[in-house]
Each structure stands twice: as C-alpha cells, then as structure tokens.
Design a protein. Sequence first.
Length: 161
Amino acid sequence: MKRVWVAEDPVEVPTKTRVLDALLAGQCQVKMACGGKGLCATCHVYVEAGGEKLSPKTPREEAAIQMLVNKKPTSRLSCQAKVLGEGIKVRVPTGRYIESTVELESLVGRRAEGNILHPVTGIILVEEGKIITRSRILELSAVNVDVAEMKARSATLVPAS
Ligand code: FES
C-alpha cells in the first residue's frame, strides 16, 4: 500500500494504482471524459511532491498534456500516472469541466460559481463570477464538436496498461 496526498487528505492505495483511482477514493469529482485513455483534461492534476515516484509519462500522455493551456512542468494525467512510491501529493486544478454546453443550460442567468473549463484543453470557457448567458452558450458550441471528436478517438484506443 502507498499513501497519496490529494490536496491535504491522505488516501491509501495499492502500489501501481492509477492516481485517478486515488482521486476517486478521496471523493474527488473527476469527469474522465475520455474514459481514462489519456486524451482529455478532465483528470489533469498538478504533482506537488513525489513526481519521481510516479510511472513515467507515455507518449500519449505527453501529447495530451501539450494540448492543455493550464499545463505546468508538474502536470500529469491522473488516469495515466501510477503510484510507485510514497510521498506523492497532487492537486486538482480549480474549476469545473463540462462535457457539453447542455450542462450550462440550467445555469442561464446565474453567475458561474467557479471557472468552467474546456474538457480537452482546460481553457476557461466561463470565468468565475460571470453570468452565463444563452449567447455565451451558443458561442461555446465548438466544445460539443471537440468532445465528440475526442470520444470518437477514445473509442479506437485501448486504455494504457
Ligand atoms: S480521463 Fe481523459 S485523460 Fe484521463
């Protein structure tokens, strides 16, 4: 067993567990828009400690991270990174990912409680505090196309082992 810190909370997981599974065990909400295949931003984490105790990045993970606008040298995709040692601490980027603009329909006329993020690039679609309008939702319709393309690609891939 290894202990992973998700923000300030410790989570015990078996060795070689995906960081994603540690997040889920720690009650983190993770969308996993691509189904854990290393193609989206929705399981993106920043590794604050113990990065050398994670499995190395695969070419697929490297490529997906390059798409992220909010990437840092410490960025990992939690569905691809496996826990190999103690002392790993991760932090989830702030904000809420959407998979479809339909998710915003019920929020029209309200202020975003946090940043609303693109599920592939992590770009901020609606800033925290901004009012969500119908016209803004229409402007964001490309998100639905991006997600459809990502899911079609995901369907052709097997999960990284
Ligand atoms: S769930 Fe999509 S990259 Fe991890």
